[in-house]
Design a protein around this ligand. Sequence first.
Ligand code: ZN
Length: 255
Amino acid sequence: MKCIYCQKEKTPSHEHVISETVLKIVFGDAVRNITTSSVFNNKTLTDYQHKILDVCSDCNSNLSPYDVAGGKLVSDINKFYDASFAKIKIDSIKLGWLIKTHLNLIRLSPDKRTGLHFQICQDIYTSLIKKSRIDTPLYVLAIDGYQGKEYFWDENDSKHIQYFSHKSVTFPDQEILVSNFRIKSIDTFLLLPTNNDYDNFANRCKSVRVDMKNGYDINPSEVDIKQTLTDRYYLVTNIVPFDRILRSIEEVKKA
Ligand SMILES: [Zn+2]
């Protein structure tokens, strides 16, 4: 196996798609398989206990600080059920965990059009393994907060929604992949080129964001990475109102 991080031929290790540390914080020691649905129109099911086999054990251990940081990030998010005006503590390692998890989820599902895996820029993986900041022209991150209700996250409530959800959507006109990973009431969107082609990337992302708004009524705020890492927190500014969330849940049920 060729390791996705170091690009060397090595024996694979078992990298959890969502860090085990994080799953334990949310679900306790008895982590069960969790299914998910998506805010976009159709339904996807993902097994979050899933492990991927394209990371060598050296790189996997190198990545462990991200799992610890991801645990802290998710503990923070776990404290509130409504993200309105939430202030989330973030640093470069927590941000790295978020991006690493998006990439793990992206690698689980190939491009539906070609059956091939998306080509992700190697510099992103190299920066992650070196714990150095990923150049911001290489990705766009945008965040929405859910105006959630307490029962959303109560597993014993029949109307509860899944704690984590993920969906990848490609926008073929712009050749942009939008990876949508929601952690409780924090919905994150990572925009990348589908084919590692960064020509005019910023404008293609802008155009995709217009399509997301017009086609799906999804308009998350773009995160100013530099500013966020300087402030060491992110203030959630764009809130998906309660009735809009209910509509999405209904759409997913119908799909
Ligand atoms: Zn490796």
